[in-house]
Design a protein around this ligand. Structure first.
Ligand SMILES: Nc1ncnc2c1ncn2[C@@H]1O[C@H](COP(=O)(O)OP(=O)(O)OP(=O)(O)O)[C@@H](O)[C@H]1O
Length: 352
């Protein structure tokens, strides 16, 4: 669990609201999110299915579905506000070159009819203006960088000749081919078995250093990000309800929803038993949400939770949580006992 290396902002999301039109109705998928990304860091965005992780990162790359739109807010990258981009031509300046993405299923991003060498080369040619032999050499270098051996032979092979883990390495090679500044990894290891998962995460970590990348991981699995993230943003119903350094989230979480996420980690449960689970379902995003979106599922909900949306309460320079439980006049609420023990042990470990 590393430290955030530098504090230079590379991307700033300001009060972003994203909506979708669907059969005459409007769904609000991102509900006023602000988030800064710092150069060189690795940020994980965690939350259950439907919380808005994919929509958020798609908006950064201009890949929102046709029925989706930015209703309000800004996405500042360098001198541009990406939320104002209207055409594909605008996005081609950014997509791939500045911000690249690795998705969960490499088979959908690879063309089954082309050799992997050609596919990586296309990315190199598109963005780097290298000539024939230089481009070929660059592809071989990229293959080596992502841990593929026997590169001249592998260059000529087709996607189906590779295992799932190897295909994911190729997709990563394509993503870094244009030297992007930001790499978004959308559930990069979900489709892989545990050993391969660990290898791919380690590879991404190594590449981050070698290529000076800033990375965003999106995942529903808090366990995966513990090993790779400097910071974690927890999403619930289109909002970031808690954000902090990895240690702050793991060992000093303040939002009951984050408690539930941590409780479901396999290393915490007693043989599959969930320590603290939350009943109910997330809110209907077609309806206007009053107060705290988590209130109906929160066993510690206060009256105000049903009336007013909580602001961020500051816990440290890097740790913020949106829950009224942190208001000075709220009753003191402790996390469930086993979780408290886990926090205490974790804090000792991180301090020592
Ligand atoms: N094209 C669309 N039209 C209507 N609603 C959409 C569209 N795309 C996403 N949504 C809605 O936006 C919300 C956020 O979806 P999103 O895919 O970002 O969730 P997620 O956290 O990435 O979930 P998952 O882990 O399942 O991918 C969901 O309620 C989803 O149904």
């Amino acid at each position: 669990m590393g430290e955030t290396q530098t504090k230079t902002k590379i991307l700033s999301i300001e009060n972003l609201i994203i909506k979708f039109k669907l059969r005459g109705q409007v769904l609000t998928a991102i509900r006023d999110i602000s988030l800064d990304l710092y150069k060189g860091e690795s940020l994980a965005i965690v939350g259950e299915s439907g919380s808005g992780k994919s929509v958020l990162v798609k908006s950064i790359m201009g890949l929102l579905d046709k029925n989706g739109y930015i209703d309000q807010g800004k996405i500042i990258y360098k001198d541009d506000d990406l939320s104002q981009f209207k055409t594909e031509k605008d996005w081609l300046k950014i997509r791939g070159k500045e911000i690249a993405m690795v998705t969960q299923d490499p088979m959908t991003s690879l063309n089954p009819l082309k050799t992997i060498g050609k596919q990586i080369e296309e990315a190199v040619l598109l963005h780097q203006g290298l000539t024939g032999n230089e481009a070929y050499e660059k592809v071989l270098q990229l293959l080596r960088d992502v841990g593929i051996y026997d590169v001249e032979k592998r260059y000529k092979q087709y996607p189906h000749e590779f295992s799932g883990g190897m295909r994911q390495r190729i997709v990563i090679a394509i993503a870094i081919a244009c030297n992007p500044k930001i790499l978004i990894c959308d559930e990069p290891t979900t489709a892989l078995d545990v050993t391969i998962q660990a290898q791919i995460l380690q590879l991404l970590k190594n590449l981050q250093e070698k290529y000076l990348l800033t990375t965003i991981y999106i995942t529903h699995d808090l366990g995966v990000v513990a090993k790779v993230a400097d910071r974690i943003a927890v999403m619930y119903a289109g909002d970031i309800i808690e954000v902090g350094k990895t240690d702050e989230i793991f060992f000093n979480a303040q939002h009951p929803y984050t408690w539930a996420l941590i409780s479901s980690l396999p290393q915490l449960g007693v043989k599959g038993e969930v320590l603290y689970s939350i009943k109910g379902t997330p809110p209907n995003l077609f309806k206007e949400i009053k107060g705290d979106a988590f209130a109906p599922r929160n066993p510690y909900a206060l009256k105000i939770d049903y009336v007013e949306r909580p602001p961020y309460f500051k816990l440290s320079e890097t740790h913020f949580a949106k829950t009224w439980l942190l208001h000075p006049s709220a009753p003191k609420v402790e996390p469930p006992e086993t979780l408290k023990k886990f926090f205490e042990e974790g804090r000792q470990y991180t301090n020592g």
